[in-house]
Design a protein around this ligand. Structure first.
Ligand code: HEC
Length: 97
């Protein structure tokens, strides 16, 4: 019994870690599959931004009320709120240059 409980805790931990990782497919609708588009006619082309710039933007939308440059900035806050800072930092390393 104790073993079973420990096993399910282990499974739960792995699942929630996997779910927390940023789902890049959710970004494609606005930014394009390779982040090559100007999202909603407003954003910078994210693939041309540096990892550091992207990290600052993602954490800004998440943690700083009013962060962003266009009237569409609220769209980004909704995208990043569900992720941890660590997940956003890790994801920023995988896009841009
Ligand atoms: C509903 C459309 C939409 C989705 C989905 C979306 N974005 Fe955005 N994104 C925008 C808009 C619009 C902006 C520009 C906001 C502003 O005015 O600051 C933006 C800005 C950004 C920026 C900063 C670029 C700049 O202009 O300074 C980054 C980085 C970014 N998005 C990454 C992402 C990532 C990563 C995801 C997926 C987790 C995502 N976006 C999902 C619409 C979207």
């Amino acid at each position: 019994m104790k073993k079973m409980v420990l096993a399910s805790i282990a499974v739960l931990t792995v699942t929630s870690a996997a779910m927390a990782a940023v789902n890049g497919a959710a970004c494609a609708a606005c930014h394009g599959k390779s982040f090559e588009k100007v999202a909603m006619g407003k954003s910078k082309v994210v693939k041309d931004m540096t990892h550091a710039e992207i990290e600052a933007a993602l954490l800004g939308y998440k943690n700083t009320p009013g962060f962003g440059s266009s009237p569409m900035k609220g769209a980004m806050a909704g995208q990043v709120k569900k992720y941890s800072d660590a997940d956003l930092k890790a994801f920023a390393q995988t896009i841009g240059k």
